[in-house]
Design a protein around this ligand. Structure first.
Ligand code: RB5
Length: 151
């Protein structure tokens, strides 16, 4: 995929979570639908225990085939699912806890996946993070070469 995402700001969002992330993913997804985004949910669909790497892998596969899409991943802390997602070379998944990191992960790092932890970030902060990420743009310039070195 190109280093700087085509079709940004994004229109298409793909979400995935494990069982622990489901309670935050659901309202984020509802917000995205209400705000006119084309949305796909790859699961999990409830709070029944599942393994977060499986959902990170599903989302990574989808983004590889649909590079004009932007990802949102949620697990309990966001840690496991971001580690799993970043094992895929076309993924730059940023685990964020606030508006500033959510904005800067796009401006500086050109992240193509926002990651949140449902046990560490409440609904209001989670929504603020999603809005900040979607509203930011990659800065280019000095950041281009650095992002290129990520592979
Ligand atoms: C699931 O209990 C939890 O370990 C998972 O959602 C995540 O927090 C792992 O990093």
């Amino acid at each position: 995929m190109p280093r700087t995402q085509a079709n940004w700001p994004p229109k298409k969002l793909v979400f995935a979570s494990d069982h622990a992330g489901f309670p935050l993913k659901k309202p984020l997804l509802d917000w995205a639908v209400e705000n006119g985004y084309e949305v796909l949910d790859l699961g999990a669909d409830d709070s029944q225990s599942v393994d977060y790497p499986d959902f990170a892998d599903l989302l990574a596969k989808y983004l590889n085939e649909n590079p004009d899409t932007t990802g949102v991943l949620v697990c309990g802390t966001g840690i496991g699912i971001s580690i799993a997602a970043n094992r895929h070379p076309h993924i730059r998944a940023a685990l964020c806890h606030d508006v500033t990191t959510s904005r800067l992960c796009k401006e500086h790092n050109d992240a193509n996946v926002l990651v949140l932890g449902s046990r560490t970030v409440g609904l209001e902060t989670g929504l603020d993070c999603l809005r900040a990420f979607l509203g930011a743009s990659f800065g280019g310039g000095r950041h281009e070469g650095r992002v290129a070195k990520l592979g």
